[in-house]
Design a protein around this ligand. Sequence first.
Ligand code: S3P
Length: 471
Amino acid sequence: MALYGTRALLYQAIPERQSWTSFRKAGVQSCPASMGNKMDGSYTISPGSGLRGKITVAGDKSISHRALMLGGLAAGQTRIEGLLPGEDPQSTAHCLRALGAEVSEIKESGVRVQGTASGSFCEPQQVLDMGNSGTTMRLMLGILAAQPGLFCALTGDASLRSRPMQRVAAPLRQMGALIWGREGGSKAPLALVGQPLQPIHYASPVASAQVKSAVLLAGLFCEGWTSVTEPVRSRDHTERMLAAFGAEVQVEGTTASVRGPVRLSGQSLRVPGDISSAAFWLVAASIVPDSELLLLNVGINPTRTGILDVLAEMGADIAIEDARLSGGEPVADLRVRTAALQACTIGGELIPRLIDEIPILAVAACCAAGRTVIRDAAELRVKESDRLTTMARELRRLGARIEEQPDGLTIEGGHPLQGADVESHGDHRVAMSLAIAALVAQGRTQLADGQCAAVSYPRFWEELERLQGRE
Ligand code: S3P
């Protein structure tokens, strides 16, 4: 049984620089392009020379949400460095302010949260608008459902209103929550009246960190142990951060448990760079000839590094430098150089470890020799867009040979891409993946609705221009 807490995270000494494969085996825990943003949010991208330079990627989105939420629940002040100033964490900050927590302006240099000391939220005067953020809605549902007497209405943009909330509402109802919503209580707008909840042992049918986190966060307000067992372990940032804030957390196999009631105490945290944002540069530098990038301070939590495993298998040249522990999370600098990629098969237990990276892996597969098969990834159909459909449709417009399957994609790589008109479907990861594909397409690509990259990576376009030497 693993007890989560900084002391329990043993980190062995490792050489300063090594390949991802040897790093993992060592058993450590696991002509410049032109681009323009038109007023309508569309971007023009043309291929150019290699990408070169150093980059500090945006703060981890998952960790940023959790830092704000736990800071909002804790007694005293929480100071957060490196928080992602993206639209999604802004949605979380906005909700917490509406509930009475004091959250300073979100700046990467530092954010202060004056917590409400678990359970003393005030009733929000307005509907809580969670924008595009599934993490905000699902995790906040767990917290809010456990605040006795509190009435809240929750909504979001068209994408969020179409996403399944039953997966979170169902276990919370088993705990005694009163939640209503559209389509039989399964879609936003949602309404709830907080109740005293009972602990449960929940066997989740999906490997979902959002489901697990919602139940564990509700469990903070219950008497006794609340636990969630997943079919495959999902990202564990909630477990790590709850322990850092003073909760009793246990992890055994794919079961995570927390003991309530808990009084969390404010902390000082540093958010690492988001490997899901780094993924765009890892693939870009691999496929654009003559590239070399050094990505600084990237989170390499083992529940998130599936992208590194797959790229290593595809033959990418990625080195791990200066691996270290920062704020309870493993981080490292990643050096990536252009390499000839080979096709691979992606599925099974790997999927939750790279779920958000599949759109950019589909781009890598277009540039890899042979047939790449992605399976067991039906979860992608309920992300910010149906990412299997949107990626297949848009990459096909660029000339890719890509077929959609019910639970994945089949991609015949190694066929040249051609610039074309493509669209993001309002999905930040689709937008950034298409931008990287456009770097290796012949001619100009016009990407509609590219500004949605700001959901998770506000400086994406600026950084792309800089790395191409176009500042
Ligand atoms: C997230 C978990 C994942 C991921 C999402 C962020 C989180 O979703 O796709 O972008 O912060 O917990 P699921 O938990 O639904 O798999």
